[in-house]
Design a protein around this ligand. Structure first.
Ligand SMILES: C[S@@+](CC[C@H](N)C(=O)[O-])C[C@H]1O[C@@H](n2cnc3c(N)ncnc32)[C@H](O)[C@@H]1O
Length: 287
């Protein structure tokens, strides 16, 4: 290959300059469609994430991408934009105290109450990301349920990001994600060996969960009631008004005596008359 044709074969560099106007445009779009507030100090991170979409679409600059988003053909691009800007950081048994509370204080009582009549137990994991949180819920639940079939038990795991939900459903993880887990919880995940040295969550736990796309700021199709709702480390991306409105809807879907778990740095936007703080970021729905 001659030097000139080699130069032609080089991929074109992406211009990732993000003007104040374009940043304002993207922030508004993301807020309208996902409720996520992109703060000014997140500009560099946003630029990097937009660059991925610019490349995927064969465009050359963030400016071109913003212009494309203003055209009517761009409707299909909005979910991709949302997938690109979400932060999906998570891990198995993250903020362990919630799983201990569920395993020791909540599930044994629910199982005792509901068994025999094939009573229902429903848990909603509302920002499931790549699956580590719902599989941790399934792991402690299976431990409490054992093999009993006299309880109708289900976990609903939802997220706005369709790419991350596909990863969650695949349930395949790198083995080093399990290496650091405490020895009392690691066996509960019942790992199966997968190809390329990866590990897969057992089918038994996978079958306990239904994964669905759900945007917390849009209408929810479920009518509840849920015994437990996990909503951890997503409120940090929302403003007070959005959090308050989602919280009201959680309360409507929670069974009296049910529990809401928030993330470690999250709290209620204001005290809620029907929720009582009973432990570290654990709220109980009052009757
Ligand atoms: C930082 S992760 C938290 C994952 C897990 N709950 C945990 O605490 O480890 C935040 C998740 O919230 C999701 N998310 C952001 N905005 C959302 C919205 N409007 N509706 C539903 N999920 C949303 C993101 O896609 C992301 O997977």
């Amino acid at each position: 290959m001659s030097r000139s044709s080699a130069a032609l074969a080089q991929p074109q560099l992406t211009d990732v300059t993000l003007t104040r106007d374009d940043m304002g445009f993207i922030s508004k779009l993301v807020y309208e469609h996902a409720g996520i507030v992109i703060r000014e100090h997140k500009e560099a991170m946003t630029r990097g994430r937009l660059a991925r979409r610019v490349k995927a679409l064969g465009l050359h600059s963030v400016a071109e991408y913003c212009a494309y988003l203003k055209t009517p053909q761009a409707a299909d691009e909005i979910p991709e934009l949302i997938n690109a800007v979400t932060t999906n950081h998570t891990s198995f048994f993250r903020e362990r105290h919630h799983f201990d509370h569920l395993r020791k204080d909540v599930l044994p009582r629910l199982v005792q109450e509901r068994s025999g009549r094939r009573g229902r137990i429903r848990i909603w994991c509302s920002a499931a990301s790549s699956g580590e949180e719902p599989y941790s819920i399934a792991a402690v639940s299976r431990d409490v349920l054992g093999n009993r079939s006299d309880v109708d038990f289900k976990i609903l795991a939802t997220d706005i990001d369709t790419d991350i939900l596909a990863k969650a459903e695949a349930a395949v993880y790198s083995p080093d994600q399990f290496d650091r887990l405490p020895s009392d919880v690691k066996p509960l995940l019942k790992l199966e060996n997968s190809s390329r040295g990866e590990a897969r969550i057992s089918e038994d736990l996978r079958r306990m969960i239904a994964f669905k796309r759900l945007n917390l700021i849009e209408r929810w199709p479920m009518s509840g009631p849920f015994d437990v709702i996990f909503c951890r480390n997503v409120f940090i991306y929302f403003d007070t008004q959005t959090k308050a409105s989602i919280l009201d809807r959680f309360v409507t879907l929670l069974a009296p005596g049910g529990f809401l778990y928030l993330g470690h740095s999250e709290s209620l936007p204001q005290p809620h008359p029907q929720l009582r703080l009973i432990g570290r970021t654990i709220y109980e729905r009052l009757p």
